[in-house]
Design a protein around this ligand. Sequence first.
Ligand code: NAD
Length: 349
Amino acid sequence: MSNQPLYAHKKVYTFPTRNVEVYFGAENFSIHHWFGDASVYIITDEHIHALYPELTRFHPAYIITPGERSKKQSTIDAILEAMLMAQLGKDVIVLGVGGGVVSDIAGFVSSIFKRGTRLVLLPTSVLGMVDAALGGKNGIDAGVFKNMIGTMYQPEKIIYDFTFLKTLPHAEWVNGFAEIIKHGCIKDKELFEFLEQHTLENFQHNMLLAATLIERNVDLKMNIVTRDEFDQHDRQLLNFGHTIGHALENLHELPHGAAISIGMVAACVLSERLADLHFEEAARLVRLLTQYHLPVDIETDHDKLFEGICMDKKRMGEHMQFVLMNTIGSAFAKPVPMKYIQEHLKILI
Ligand SMILES: NC(=O)c1ccc[n+]([C@@H]2O[C@H](COP(=O)([O-])OP(=O)(O)OC[C@H]3O[C@@H](n4cnc5c(N)ncnc54)[C@H](O)[C@@H]3O)[C@@H](O)[C@H]2O)c1
């Protein structure tokens, strides 16, 4: 290959299992430019395919139906069969181009096809860029059991072409900012304050500002997950808002970001009781979520919600490993009795 791939800069994050190269600002992404004549199999969704048809012009691809409902075993089976029919070898690069649904599916497929192929991710949604493409977790849903089936498998490269964000719908920007706000809550008070000084529209209209924010969030998540690849310590903090959030997401079929937003508010109410969180700090979070167009409350069926919470992966018998916040920028995980959660659910949400 004569040309070097175009990108602004590269960082390498070191996991116990492998080094992951992350390329920021790779504008005008072209498969040939990045991979030359290597065997590449693209996994993307119908929205991305319709907007960027040139991606699949010269390479075999599997185009999934967009959305969470594609995260199921039958999709994985269909992709594996298509890859076998295409007689792809173990040397194939599985390239996932899309949001978190695509990166979860591409990661899972790549980890099991012929016991593991090369994996490259090109996240195209804010949520994919700041969260789903990072850390090596992948997974599919089994009915209402979200992300219960999957593997841990690191990509060799993650490529950021921020120009994809120009076509991202407004609702998906909102969705992604829930995880960015979460990062501020658990680890980065300055990030939280930076977000307070801006609006979503500032980032949507200024790609450099958006790129800077996204890279800061990549650093934050990668610093956590490289030190704790297998979820023993700080990685648990990334679940802030997710225990109640996931249950709400299933029960009300809410977008992930909306569910996590309400889940974070509930976790704050719990933190006022079981940690040192001052109510004024909780009120700041509610204001920030509202500023970024995220919901902070919902009418729900508390019995059904509790049933959903009981199915959470972080449940350990009679306790739930709950992430609480002491102050903005400082969180910790604490086992909370399931009975306590059940009795206080109407106060939390
Ligand atoms: N594995 C992990 O660590 C991890 C972490 C967080 C979330 N996730 C998973 O990620 C998923 C949510 O990710 P998501 O919000 O990106 O959902 P998604 O992949 O469904 O993408 C959201 C929508 O945006 C569209 N889209 C994406 N990029 C676009 C672009 N540039 N232009 C136009 N449209 C675009 C998609 O087609 C889709 O309709 C969930 O399944 C969640 O479980 C995984």
